[in-house]
Ligand binder design. Structure first.
Ligand code: ZN
Length: 480
């Protein structure tokens, strides 16, 4: 099956930045170690990394006392999302600008195939939302909401279009596939060396437990976590990983939130399976006590999976430090308080999701690196390099090395701030991290050699291009 000519977006062929920059005095951070290095940027690429670079015609950028990270990659955003309950106010224009301010130069957003649609149609829809609007580079994962022979044929078309990662849901009746379908999809995606990430919650149990809460007269946000307890996630993770084991492919788990589910990951890995795990800042830093607040406050925290116990947060920090958790995405999916108020009398009608794409690195740096829970090298891995490797972008993205795209974050480790709905770039009036103090921020950001954020201000917008991605490195590694 061929995609219709000229409909699918190509990289927009923007002129390459002709400016040369020599970024001096910073400390280049990689998962393998950090060292003081200068970075020469030329023609949108990193031309050299070293200690004795001279380039008389390059503009010198002073990065003394700063860290240099590869542009961060957020592998989990939902911009411009429309569902039965609401339409997210953060479209690609607003969301990608917020991303850049936080040092995120690439987002991988979830395109969703609605039932009855082709994958090509879904991809066109997402290109229409993103092309020409995004301020950071972007790619798409493709979500299946059903399975049939023609969708199977389209997986190869997706590969040609640079979509090599896919998503499945085990919850949400309008999105989920059954276990047999999951098995077949994992096998078919495996044939192109792609990788599937799955939302792991047992949808049948969620449906029943929501009903059970309402039958008990519980309609407030405090019923939300009770309707999706940790075992609902752990059971789904266990089943997913057993299906993946049968299919013989590596898989990713998105937004893992519980210690119990982590146990299932350990079991599968001990049995020799390749399993990759993403968590999100909210599961590291927020707990379910927020649901006991009055509706106007508690509704800000309604997302799925829900916030968990403090013990889960601790387990996830440890797993992040040890390497058991591979990546940190945001699951950015923002709604206004007015939209959240749809569920004033019924928690199941509150649109699920929170803003976060702007603050991921600040939160991880402040509460991870700053407290000694993780190293800055680990931060470079989980926010950039591991994501680039998993999703077929490495070494174009994810590393500061000669020949890579000049996506560079000049990180000021001392910049202090406070997260607030009033000052955030997210196009909504709330954040679950309201009042969180931060130390460390992206001072300047380069996107393919263009200086797009200067002193914490976006100075160039709409410069993002679509990224055609290749096979997941993790698939190649397994030699399957
Ligand atoms: Zn999500």
């Amino acid at each position: 099956m061929e995609p219709p000519d000229g409909i699918l977006g190509e990289a927009q062929g923007r002129e390459k930045s002709s400016m040369k920059y020599l970024i001096q005095g910073g400390m280049v951070v990689t998962p393998r170690g950090s060292s003081h290095q200068d970075v020469l940027v030329e023609n949108g690429k990193i031309a050299a990394v070293g200690t004795e670079i001279t380039c008389p015609d390059a503009e010198v950028v002073d990065a003394s006392d700063c860290l240099l990270f590869p542009g961060f990659i957020d592998s989990h955003t939902h911009f411009d999302l429309k569902n039965a309950l609401a339409h997210s106010p953060d479209d690609f224009r607003a969301g990608s600008k917020a991303a850049l301010l936080g040092g995120t130069t690439v987002v991988l957003d979830f395109a969703t195939q609605e039932r009855g649609e082709t994958l090509v149609q879904a991809l066109e829809n997402w290109h229409r939302m993103a092309d020409g609007k995004s301020s950071c580079d972007y790619g798409f994962h493709m979500s299946f909401s059903e399975w049939n022979p023609s969708l199977k044929e389209e997986i190869r078309v997706m590969e040609q279009e640079g979509v090599t990662s896919f998503k499945l849901y085990m919850a949400y009746d309008n999105l989920r596939v059954n276990d047999g379908e999951m098995y077949e999809i994992l096998q078919e995606v495996g044939k192109i060396g792609g990788i599937v990430g799955t939302h792991c919650e047992n949808g049948d149990l969620v449906n029943v437990l929501v009903k059970e809460q309402k039958a008990k007269g519980n309609f407030a946000p405090s019923a939300h976590p009770l309707s999706r307890p940790d075992v609902v996630e752990a059971e789904a993770v266990s089943r997913y990983l057993r299906v993946a084991g049968l299919a013989g492919v590596p898989v990713n788990i998105v937004h893992l939130s519980t210690a119990k589910a982590l146990e299932e990951v350990r079991r599968a890995r001990a049995a020799g399976q390749d399993v990759y795990v993403e968590t999100c800042p909210q599961y590291l830093l927020l707990d379910d006590s927020h649901y006991n607040a009055p509706f106007e406050e508690a509704c800000k925290f309604v997302l799925s999976p829900p916030l968990r116990k403090l013990g889960d947060c601790t387990a996830l920090w440890e797993a992040l430090a040890s390497g058991e958790v591979d990546t940190v995405g945001t699951d950015h999916c923002s709604f206004t308080l007015a939209q959240k108020a749809n569920g004033k009398d019924d928690f199941s009608k509150i649109p699920n999701g929170i803003p976060g794409v702007q603050h991921r690195a600040q939160l991880l740096y402040t509460y991870g690196v700053g407290t000694g829970r993780i190293t800055k090298e680990r931060m470079a891995a989980v926010l950039s390099e591991n994501i680039a490797r998993q999703f077929g972008l490495f070494p174009q993205k994810g590393i500061l090395a000669e020949g890579s795209d000049a996506d560079i974050v000049i990180w000021d480790p001392l910049a202090e701030g406070v997260i607030s709905a009033k000052t955030q770039a997210h196009n909504v009036d709330n954040t679950p991290f309201e009042g969180f103090r931060t130390k460390g921020a992206a001072r300047d950001v380069f996107l393919r050699g263009e200086w797009v954020v200067k002193d914490g201000i976006v100075v160039k917008e709409g410069r993002g291009t679509y990224l055609k991605r290749h096979q997941s490195e993790y698939f190649r590694k397994t030699g399957k």
